[in-house]
Design a protein around this ligand. Sequence first.
Ligand code: ATP
Ligand code: XUL
Length: 460
Amino acid sequence: MAETLVAGVDSSTQSTKAVLCRAGDGTVVAQASAPHPDGTECHPDHWWSALSQVRELLERADAVAVGAQQHGMVALNGAGEVVRPALLWNDTRSAPQARALVAGLGGPETWAKRTGSVPLASFTVTKLRWMAEHEPENARRTEQVMLPHDWLTMRLGAAEPVTDRGDASGTGYWSPATGAYLPDLLRAALGRDARTPRVAAPGEAVGETAWGAALGAGTGDNMAAALGLGLRPGDVVVSIGTSGTAFAVADAPAADPSGLVAGFADATGRFLPLVCTLNAARILTAAAALTGAALDELSALALAAEPGAGGLTLLPYLDGERTPDRPDATGVLAGLTTSNATRENLARAAVEALLCSLADAVDHLAAQGVRPRRTLLIGGGARSAAVRELAPAILGTPVTVPEPAEYVALGAARQAAWALAGTAEPPDWPAAPATEHTSDRTEAEVRERYAALRDSAPEI
Ligand SMILES: Nc1ncnc2c1ncn2[C@@H]1O[C@H](COP(=O)(O)OP(=O)(O)OP(=O)(O)O)[C@@H](O)[C@H]1O
Ligand SMILES: O=C(CO)[C@@H](O)[C@H](O)CO
């Protein structure tokens, strides 16, 4: 009898990645990827065409599930057609609408209590409000709103429009605490009612693909990564992708009125308090472009410099920033002199800045009661040797680096295996091999200098 195989998709910001795994233990037997266009808005057809490029792999699977970038606004008309390109999580144009929605509908405490989060420009609800104000004709034509993974799951063959708790928790019009939509918030944003996908139960099978595979419900990429890593309470994940995220699983919902921690749900019936930065792996890409180095060379340059980068400090808010909430910010390089102006110091300052911004994120989680017993480092940026080596000293904890893998796609594959098994809990897949990184020093001075620059440049 042929072995049972399951596939998981990560439709992320920069590309679609797919893995094909053995259903029994998650061993990866094949993987594929296809790029997405750059930008902060994207027509969903591009995601479908990237997914079609990995379809051969998917068609070998007995079950499939899709993890995807959170928050993207997919607006559909009455005929189910896309009304305009999706506004993505990293599009900051709706920052004024976020402020207006929070102020106009009860303030941060009320939003945190009702939705688990205080919405910033990333959240779907603020994008609906932007469309209502700037493109009233598109808002008028919108009859249904969904998220990237919902749309792809529907196109793959879901029996009806469906989402899951994890992704629903990033909309700003769903309550992780009660599990119910908040249609008054959607209406206040869009200016009219619109249909939303049914929220599937964790592990539910929601339909069948054209080739007869079972479809899992899918989820947001961070929730999928948590499932792919088999996160336990006490684990804090720091993910360095296009976004930087720090998150942990929790048994109770979070509601942080400061807005720094988003009180998301996870894909298993629990919760996923999360801090997200807009700038992460691309800080390194930008530094690589500035120094004329390839990414591996950038890492070597950074490791060749002294800690503290000779006094150079980078505030890495290159594309605006979400945590802290500075949508119009740009990057700042401080402390430059003729004697420290070297490629090595610039590379080091970039790696230190990336890690300082993520150390801030972990501190925000801790302020909400998340006590890390260990820190797991994943995402494309964790492939940098300099990041892995400097992380323990700047994060101030030992760091576990699971072997490089597509953990979002793996989590989606595990969700597919769960839907196929029909069990109460996801199948047990062994944890990935990992390396442990420690440091005998902490970079308190680097963090202090970074914090001083961060706090002295609030408007830049
Ligand atoms: N060796 C490396 N050193 C530094 N950065 C790297 C390396 N390899 C890949 N990256 C970076 O990792 C990023 C992609 O990471 P990843 O696949 O985790 O992101 P993503 O899934 O697109 O983002 P997100 O999950 O935030 O949507 C790219 O910006 C890429 O430049
Ligand atoms: O906006 C967030 C989390 O709130 C990003 O991590 C996206 O999911 C893109 O990966």
